[in-house]
Design a binder for this molecule. Structure first.
Ligand SMILES: [Zn+2]
Length: 98
């Protein structure tokens, strides 16, 4: 089953951009949840990966990512994903419920 959560994805709209490559950043306008395109994160033919497998990127960075070759794209996305996770946990946007 693929995990879907619109409320979680919406956190991107008020989050900073976590792209680490040079670009004209529009993160101040809010970001997009950029889904992984790797099978290991649940991506399939005509099927988006799990909603937890997203990196928060501004619209410009998100578009630039789509034009990278597969290897660059995966490594770049993974770095942004880790930064997104750090942000989500350190800011308290995600919490463990006891
Ligand atoms: Zn950006």
């Amino acid at each position: 089953m693929t995990y879907r959560n619109r409320s979680f994805l919406d956190l991107a709209h008020k989050a900073p951009c976590f792209a680490d490559f040079p670009h004209e950043c529009h993160g101040w306008q809010g970001c997009d949840p950029a889904h992984s395109d790797s099978q290991i994160f649940g991506r399939g033919h005509g099927h988006k990966s799990n909603d937890w497998a997203v990196a928060f990127l501004c619209n410009t960075a998100h578009k630039m990512l789509d034009y990278m070759d597969r290897e660059d794209k995966q490594a770049t996305w993974l770095r942004a994903f880790v930064k997104t996770q750090n942000y989500l946990w350190e800011s308290g946007k995600l919490k463990v419920v006891k």
